[in-house]
Design a protein around this ligand. Structure first.
Ligand code: SAM
Length: 188
């Protein structure tokens, strides 16, 4: 996978926080570059459920256009405080300490990076109205699969199947590395 070696400064700060906390669930850089590229196509309000150490937020922020906003939500107060420091001088980023379901009043979103397991499992029924027409829902951490229905560890991957077939979205699975794929679901 070719990519310039230098990371945006804000992404490097979020990586440093991840290392300091021993936090291993941050999105990988291949996914981050995709998030940044998608963010650059958006206006209005973007959102992320599950801030973690701010790596996904930082990638989104690095791609965002002037005037766009990012709201990211995390239930772990310690992480929220640390990530707020990363974005302390940045009025375009709001880090909420809350359950992901409390994102709704900030929407509808032009992009929603859904990175809380229970939110991914909740599926399109719960998420569809959070996203504006033409908006993206992005879900990462899939293992590429060339079969239908999609399989994971010997079973049908029903989460992936539901997102790929919901009529309210046009969805594609994109490989970002040989061992990692991402779903991009566009609200119809
Ligand atoms: C996979 S990590 C997020 C990584 C981050 N999005 C990134 O790309 O670097 C998931 C995060 O969601 C948080 N989380 C889990 N359940 C949550 C919930 N119900 N509401 C808000 N945050 C939640 C966890 O504390 C964890 O920090």
């Amino acid at each position: 996978m070719s990519a310039p070696p230098d990371l945006p400064a804000v992404v490097a700060r979020a990586h440093a926080l991840s290392r300091q906390r021993g936090f291993v669930s941050s999105c990988r850089n291949e996914t981050g570059r995709l998030l940044a590229s998608l963010a650059a196509s958006r206006t209005g309000t973007l959102a992320e459920s599950g801030t973690g150490c701010g790596v996904g937020s930082a990638w989104l922020r690095s791609g965002m256009r002037e005037g766009s906003k990012l709201v990211t939500v995390e239930r772990d107060a310690g992480l929220v405080e640390a990530v707020r420091e990363i974005f302390a001088d940045d009025q375009s980023v709001t880090v909420l300490e809350a359950d992901w379901t409390e994102l709704a009043p900030y929407g509808p979103f032009s992009l929603l990076f859904l990175d809380v397991r229970e939110a991914k499992r909740a599926g399109p029924d719960t998420v569809a109205d959070l996203v504006e027409p033409g908006g993206f829902v992005v879900l990462d951490d899939f293992t590429p699969c060339a079969t239908w229905p999609p399989m994971f560890q010997g079973r049908v991957d029903t989460m992936r199947q539901v997102w790929l077939t919901d009529p309210r979205f046009t969805t594609v699975e994109v490989m970002v590395a040989f061992d990692a794929s991402v779903l991009i679901a566009t609200r119809r």
